[in-house]
Design a protein around this ligand. Structure first.
Ligand SMILES: *[C@@H]1O[C@H](CO)[C@@H](O)[C@H](O)[C@H]1NC(C)=O
Ligand SMILES: *[C@@H]1O[C@H](CO)[C@@H](O)[C@H](O)[C@H]1NC(C)=O
Ligand SMILES: *[C@@H]1O[C@H](CO)[C@@H](O)[C@H](O)[C@H]1NC(C)=O
Length: 300
């Protein structure tokens, strides 16, 4: 199965064969190659769609990904239209929805008590399920780093009460909903330990918050590599073969971004990039151009 799903993905995106590291190829979700009740797999669906469409849109902008956009254009032999990064607005989480006010007040109180840029915010998105081992290494790595942390963990593959069996002295483990954007914008947050899903990366960088990246599936490893090249964060190193990471490799990555001196280049580059990622006008312009393109090219 493992080999077959590798082949299928690579048949759709041949460049993946050399873009991904050995262990990353194993992390391409197998689900996507399996037929479900609709009778076809996701990979087949993507293949058919790419073959049939007149163009492709991507949530990207030339200011950050000009090369990748051109590359994709060559690969598909179709127009590729970037629609900008669509950075979300803090205002969207407005006062009309106050069902979570109490949660936010508790979080805000804790954040306010921490020193500026000292907190590591931790969240791996809704699709990553941590194994017991991964949970343990992350928890111990966070403790080892010496920084306070706020860890949002909604889904976990814990057979038992492992989260209760590790004493977290320096941080908070939070299992409810959180206003991620408000947390990232808070002055006490100094880094985001993330699976480097594209939305999370955009949310973090729009506030100039540097990244510590622990990619798990699919495109996350590619996003992490790009962000590392841009110097807005570091990747947690994993074994070349089995992809395992240790508490020490995690703590090392966390410290290199969070420490005052060592982390300076990442903070500076993240702040620089926030001027692009958080530029609402720039991204609105992409949307407007996309709409124009659609109007010009709509079939009669
Ligand atoms: C099958 O997969 C497609 C695409 O991922 C999804 O939209 C659909 O809901 C799935 N069907 C079932 C029955 O799981
Ligand atoms: C913390 O950051 C806030 C807002 O950026 C600033 O006003 C304040 O002076 C800072 N506090 C310290 C101790 O640096
Ligand atoms: C979750 O736990 C079960 C039982 O311990 C195990 O079979 C499964 O492989 C685990 N899944 C992950 C993603 O670790």
């Amino acid at each position: 199965m493992a080999d077959q799903h590798k082949k299928l993905h690579i048949a759709v995106f041949p460049w993946l064969a050399f873009a991904l590291q050995h262990y990353e190829k194993k992390t391409l979700s197998e689900d996507h190659d399996e037929e479900n009740e609709s009778g076809v797999s996701d990979v087949f669906r993507v293949q058919q769609v790419l073959g049939g469409v007149d163009g492709v849109t991507v949530r990207a902008c030339m200011e950050i990904e000009a090369e990748s956009i051109k590359f994709l254009q060559n690969q598909c032999s179709k127009p590729v239209i970037p629609v900008g990064l669509i950075p979300p607005s803090l205002q969207l989480f407005g006062s009309e929805d106050n069902t979570h006010d109490e949660d936010w007040n508790t979080i805000l109180k804790w954040l306010d008590e921490q020193e500026n840029r000292s907190v590591i915010y931790v969240a791996f998105g809704s699709e990553v399920t941590l194994s017991d081992d991964e949970f343990t290494e992350i928890a111990m790595g966070l403790e080892l780093s010496g920084f306070p942390f706020f860890w949002v963990l909604k889904k976990q593959n814990t057979s038992s009460d492992i989260s209760g069996s590790i004493e977290l002295k320096r941080g908070v483990l939070w299992s409810n909903w959180v206003p991620q954007l408000k947390i990232l914008a808070h002055k006490s947050v100094g880094g985001f330990l993330s699976h480097s899903g594209w939305s999370s990366v955009i949310e973090s960088l729009q506030f100039g918050c540097p990244l510590i990246m622990l990619p798990f599936h699919n495109e996350q490893g590619l996003v992490a590599r790009l962000m590392e090249e841009k110097m807005v964060g570091v990747k947690v190193s994993r074994n070349e073969d089995d992809g395992k990471f240790s508490r020490d490799s995690l703590a090392k990555a966390l410290r290199s971004v969070m420490l005052e001196d060592e982390g300076k280049p990442y903070r500076n580059h993240a702040v620089e990039m926030s001027k692009i990622v958080g530029d609402k006008e720039l991204h609105q312009k992409y949307i407007n151009e996309f709409v124009e393109y659609m109007e010009i090219h709509r079939s009669a």
